[in-house]
Design a protein around this ligand. Structure first.
Ligand code: NAP
Length: 288
């Protein structure tokens, strides 16, 4: 199966693309005379998935030659203390990018916390300034997952004009910024959520279908327009510990022109874009 995946020309290989991006960043960093870029990662509480994500992000920093700082905080921390830490990182000239790993414990207001990060240090691109900049097609720092997806689509050299993109999922992290990225490329965009009526019919109109709902193999062949491009953002862990996406990959692949696998599709691109964003913050600060 794994071999088939690596050989199938319909697959958009996020792993390979992300390695190329990371190699380019590493080369850039190795030629810097000044100090390397530095990413500060703030992790609150003990959520096991968050700990894995933060470990992967630190690993990626080391791989490209960035410095990373980790702030592991108790789940009991109060909002003012967390804001104080972010303000210190904002003021710290040795820190280029700041990432607060989400989700935060319920007593913390993630909107206030994210909007405390200086927009030019906001490596996740979640600050309302950066989301607004994307909305008016003046992108500054863009949310990593949709930006990685656009990078993958751009690599196919598709003409977005006249293409209908349907996004299933409307979160601030994936669906909404994905819609803006596609609009900015000139696509016609439909965004669906859990209340959408006749979802399968809408999806069957999609030349580009992005699935980001967090429901294992929910998007079956009934949702697919033949020869479309399908981007599977979902990461779902099944009871046997196997990872799968939101798309019924095994059956859908026969119908489409391109599809992203899970794993090795959108996931590695998200990390690569985080590294790109950290470098972007560094360049903004140093006016490069
Ligand atoms: P989220 O915040 O839970 O949002 C899910 C969205 O999907 C919501 O807008 C929800 O609609 C919609 N939805 C849920 N069930 C639906 C249904 N049956 N039909 C249509 N829409 C439905 O999730 P998220 O953070 O966007 O993440 C989505 C998935 O992507 C998860 O599996 C997550 O693990 C994965 N993810 C992967 C990466 C990566 O790097 N590969 C990055 C981020 C997220 P309502 O708005 O109506 O509730």
């Amino acid at each position: 199966m794994q071999k088939l995946k690596s050989m199938n020309p319909k697959l958009i290989n996020g792993r390979l693309l992300s390695e190329q991006i990371l190699t380019n960043i590493k080369t850039y960093v190795s030629n810097l005379i000044a100090r390397p870029p530095c990413l500060a990662v703030v992790l609150v509480g003990e959520d096991p998935a968050s700990h894995i994500y933060v470990r992967n992000k630190k690993y990626a920093c080391a791989k490209v030659g960035f410095r990373s700082l980790e702030y592991k905080l108790s789940s009991e921390i109060d909002q003012d203390e967390l804001i104080e830490l972010i303000n210190q990182l904002n003021a710290n000239d040795d820190v280029d990018g700041i990432l607060v790993q989400l989700p935060l414990p319920k007593h913390l207001d993630s909107k206030i916390i994210i909007n405390t990060i200086l927009p030019n240090k906001d490596v996740d691109g979640f600050h309302k300034y950066n989301v607004g900049a994307l909305a008016v097609n003046q992108p500054n720092l863009c949310p990593c997952t949709p930006h990685g997806i656009i990078y993958m689509l751009d690599s196919l050299k598709i003409n977005y004009h006249g293409k209908h993109a349907v996004i299933v999922g409307a979160s601030n992290i994936v669906g909404r910024p994905m819609a803006l990225e596609l609009l900015n490329r000139g696509a016609t965009v439909t965004v669906c959520n859990s209340k959408t009526v006749n979802l399968a019919k809408k999806c069957r109109e999609a030349d580009i279908l992005v699935a980001a709902i967090g429901k294992p193999r929910y998007i079956t062949v009934d949702y697919i327009k033949p020869q479309s491009i399908v981007i599977d953002v979902g990461i779902n862990r099944l009871s046997d510990d196997v990872l799968c996406g939101d798309v019924d990959f095994e059956n859908v692949i026969d119908l489409v022109s391109y599809i992203t696998p899970v794993p090795n599709g959108v996931g590695p691109m998200t990390i690569a874009m985080l590294m790109e964003n950290t470098l972007h913050c560094y360049k903004l600060k140093n006016r490069i």
